[in-house]
Design a protein around this ligand. Structure first.
Ligand code: NAP
Length: 300
């Protein structure tokens, strides 16, 4: 039987509409600053989508597009200023950063109360100890899709392919926090299929097109494809959708699956941070554009 398609696009639209209505009732706007360093084309697309979504739901946003030559010190200085900026409640640094900048140092410099992506050491610590606070947006989007489709996590065998800090590890921890029995696979895993065939819930975040084929999936399993790959000009995930969708019970498509949820979770986290920090709720003035020297900055 064909799998139920988990429609991330529609779920994300509903979340955006709810946030828009909530923001409209506020006396001042939540503010998000997004920082992009370098010329990574995919990162540019993601940051533009995030900014457009802020506009759509009424969240104030500032976008800093910095050249590849930006030094770690300059980036730390910018984060220091944004930490103090009362119009900004959430700071996002788009990963990956150029090699000469330490991601660890940058993430640790973001004020805890503005850590919208949940990558600071404190927020990761909370996630590990089962006391989730600000959690990374893509893993949060994965869990929200399972919740929206009333898919039970407790007691299930969950297999995660991928162990990156931004997707694989946090999603594995979130599943564990919800009482799944979790297996994490990676590029050194021997006999990947042996693990995946045991999965009631399979989350794939490897960045490898068609890594997961029907023979690797248990009949009726829930398959969440986080992967985004460009093949012959088309966006595809890590799962062979054609064949796996005939065997799985539920499956996310690519695009229109996890992708839109990541952005929806980002604006939800921004609103949450705004609500948690009332002292920073200043009314925002009209939009303006300014040039900060090293920074190319645009505001909405
Ligand atoms: P990443 O940092 O490159 O990590 C990939 C992970 O997959 C690594 O842990 C790697 O293992 C593992 N892996 C690679 N090839 C494998 C194989 N053949 N078998 C088993 N494991 C394998 O990537 P990421 O940042 O986590 O992103 C993963 C994918 O999700 C990418 O396609 C990315 O574009 C996409 N993504 C989507 C969203 C969204 O909103 N939908 C958000 C973020 C990322 P090792 O650790 O051993 O190298």
């Amino acid at each position: 039987m064909a799998a139920v398609i988990i429609d991330g696009k529609t779920v994300a639209e509903k979340i955006r509409a709810r946030i828009k209505a909530e923001v409209a009732k506020l006396k001042s706007k939540p503010g998000l600053a997004a920082i992009l360093v370098g010329e990574n084309p995919a990162s540019k697309v993601y940051v533009d989508i995030k900014r457009k979504t802020c506009d759509e739901v009424g969240i104030y946003s500032e976008l800093y597009k910095l050249p590849d030559s930006t030094t770690e010190k300059e980036l730390l200085q910018l984060i220091g200023k944004l930490n103090e900026n009362k119009k900004i409640h959430a700071i996002l640094v788009q990963m990956p950063l150029p090699k000469h900048i330490s991601e660890e140092k940058i993430l640790a410099a973001i004020a805890l109360e503005k850590d919208v992506d949940g990558f600071s050491p404190e927020n990761i610590g909370k996630l590990v100890s089962g006391k989730e606070a600000s959690v990374p947006c893509t893993p949060k989007g994965v869990i929200r899709l399972l919740e929206e489709y009333k898919i039970e996590i407790l007691g299930k065998n969950a297999v995660v392919i991928g162990r990156s800090n931004i997707v694989g590890k946090p999603v594995a921890l979130m599943l564990l926090n919800r009482d799944a029995t979790v297996t994490v696979c990676h590029s050194k895993t021997t006999d990947l299929a042996k693990h995946t065939r045991n999965a009631d819930i399979l989350v794939v975040a490897a960045g490898k097109p068609k890594l997961v084929t029907a023979d690797m999936v248990k009949e009726g399993a829930v398959v969440i494809d986080v992967g985004i790959n460009r093949v012959d000009g088309k966006l595809v995930g890590d799962v062979d959708f054609e064949t796996v969708s005939r065997k799985a019970g539920y499956i996310t498509p690519v695009p229109k699956g996890v992708g839109p949820m990541t952005v929806a979770m980002l604006i939800e986290n921004t609103l949450d941070l705004f609500r948690k920090n009332p002292s920073r709720q200043l009314s925002t003035g009209p939009s303006r554009n300014s040039d900060l020297g090293v920074n190319q900055k645009t505001e909405n």
